[in-house]
Design a binder for this molecule. Sequence first.
Ligand SMILES: [Fe+2]
Ligand SMILES: [Fe+2]
Length: 188
Amino acid sequence: MFDFLTTNPALALLKKDHDTVKDLFDKFEKVEGRPAKKKIVNQALEELKVHAAIEEEIFYPAVRKSVGNNIMNEADEEHHVAKVLIAELAGMDGREDHYDAKFKVLAENVRHHIKEEENEVFPKAKDAGIDFEALSKAMVQRKHTLLARGVPPAAEDAMVAASHGKGDSPAHAARKTKPRAAKSHAGR
Ligand SMILES: [Fe+2]
Ligand SMILES: [Fe+2]
């Protein structure tokens, strides 16, 4: 493991969050029963929302210049995709047939994102020449506020709400529709 993941206070804080969500992803695979699975999903969604917020509000802007736009833009897009899945899962009650699949895909995406942060973003960020002690304090403070007051709605929440979906998969919905060819043939 890179030393800076434990010695740099800001990076260590983010790494700890990463380990917490990865543990929840592992637990989800092991538990049985709807209530237990749903509880883990809700914990993971809360952790991810708070973590994404402190990165987007404080960490990403502070390190963007030294990490570079290409890597940071990719990180932004990975957050966006995760937030769409988070918004969909938050609107589900846990009994839908795509619930587990959606959470597993979220977990796979987040695991990939964590790898890129720890292997590409953090090594470059550590040389940003900024006050990491102050950055870490700001993130801890913001984290406490978000945990106490809740995370403000993301743009992706409105996007998912506007789709009026039930968090189900578009591919699944498509299976219920007759193929175009069959429809036109039937109409003749
Ligand atoms: Fe992260
Ligand atoms: Fe991130």
